[in-house]
Design a protein around this ligand. Structure first.
Ligand SMILES: *Cc1c(COP(=O)(O)O)cnc(C)c1O
Length: 237
């Protein structure tokens, strides 16, 4: 008999969400993390408004998007909900104004020009924009993120920008084969985080862990896991 792929529309988002939350709570216990110290960000890029609606009905209120044009109609679709939108993708210079206006968090700040623009364009009536600096741990030229060498200068600069609140660090590791290798990579981000906090920073956020490496990230101290496919199924784009 031929194998039939399950219909994507049959994915039970409410079930996936409660499974994920249980996995997060279990990992907190297993790795001696404080209860509820890991926040679940639902990565809704490439997913329909309908699926986001299902997640909201199931109690999820924080969503991550990586393309502004795709995100704006989704944000507009739920005007009466107290949702929290996180920008997690590459930031083009000409998109900073709308990002500063429509998002509560940006996880992917990688250079001072972008930080400066977000700061200037954050509307005065809104609280400071929460930001994470995205770090390129693997030192690959083609990978997005501030290099380890430049991190400290970028962090110092962000501290001077009143409309930004620097919350922590984010990384997307190069895929690893084993759990131990995943942990070792996240441990590098934690070390950088601790170095900054040993100076004049009060960072509280480690944005690390996706569907395939969530557990390793929690083991190392993640405070925000960014989960797409494990919640919503495969993406449309
Ligand atoms: C797509 C994406 C995710 C989610 O990835 P999944 O493997 O689907 O969980 C997390 N973080 C960023 C920055 C992404 O672009």
């Amino acid at each position: 008999m031929q194998f039939v792929m399950p219909d994507r529309n049959l994915i039970n988002i409410a079930n996936n969400l409660s499974d994920l939350k249980q996995q997060i709570r279990d990992a907190e216990v297993a790795y001696k993390r404080k209860p509820n110290s890991v926040f679940l960000l639902a990565v809704s890029k490439g997913q329909s408004i309908e699926k986001i609606g299902k997640a909201i009905l199931a109690g999820q209120l924080a969503f991550g998007e990586n393309h502004l044009q795709e995100a704006l109609p989704k944000i507009a679709a739920f005007p009466n909900k107290k949702l929290e939108w996180h920008f997690i993708g590459l930031i083009q210079r000409n998109k900073t104004k709308k990002i500063a206006e429509h998002f509560q968090w940006v996880h992917s700040v990688t250079d001072p020009q972008i930080a400066k623009r977000l700061n200037e364009q954050r509307p005065n009536h809104l609280p400071p924009l929460n930001i994470c600096l995205q770090v390129n741990l693997s030192q690959q030229k083609n990978k997005l993120g501030v290099s380890v060498d430049e991190l400290s200068d970028l962090a110092d600069y962000c501290l001077t920008l009143p409309h930004l609140k620097i919350r922590g660090l984010m990384t997307i590791p190069f895929p690893k084969n084993t759990f131990e290798e995943q942990r070792a990579e996240f441990a590098k981000l934690v070390e950088l985080f601790n170095d900054l906090n040993a100076k004049n920073f009060q960072l509280d956020t480690l944005s690390m862990g996706m569907s395939n490496d969530m557990k390793a990230a929690i083991a190392e101290g993640s405070t925000i896991v960014r989960i797409g496919t494990a919640l919503f199924g495969t993406r449309d784009q």
